[in-house]
Ligand binder design. Structure first.
Ligand SMILES: [Zn+2]
Length: 93
């Protein structure tokens, strides 16, 4: 496990803070770091979130994740990553 110091609950190691199911019934876990995984690994095409864009995209995807199948999650996250990058570019002018 990787040590963290950012969680408001005080637990200092990686831990799951919420679970949801995809439309096709797979369990997803929201980690306190903001990462999203299945119980036994990442959905196809996804890996551990690295950086602010990746985490923001997962935060947005988490809101609607129950509407998508397991196999669609990588595309869902990728679309949110693209959205975040567009917004960043707009803010940067
Ligand atoms: Zn926590």
């Amino acid at each position: 496990m990787r040590a963290h110091q950012s969680c408001s609950c005080g637990v200092a190691v990686d831990h799951v803070v919420a679970r949801r199911r995809t439309a096709d019934g797979e369990t997803l876990q929201l980690w306190h770091s903001g990462d999203v995984s299945g119980r036994f690994g990442y959905p196809p095409g996804l890996k551990r979130a690295q950086g602010r864009v990746a985490l923001e995209a997962r935060r947005r995807a988490w809101i609607v994740v129950e509407l998508y199948d397991w196999a669609e999650l990588a595309a869902l996250v990728a679309s949110h990553e693209a959205e975040v990058r567009v917004e960043q570019a707009r803010v940067a002018g």
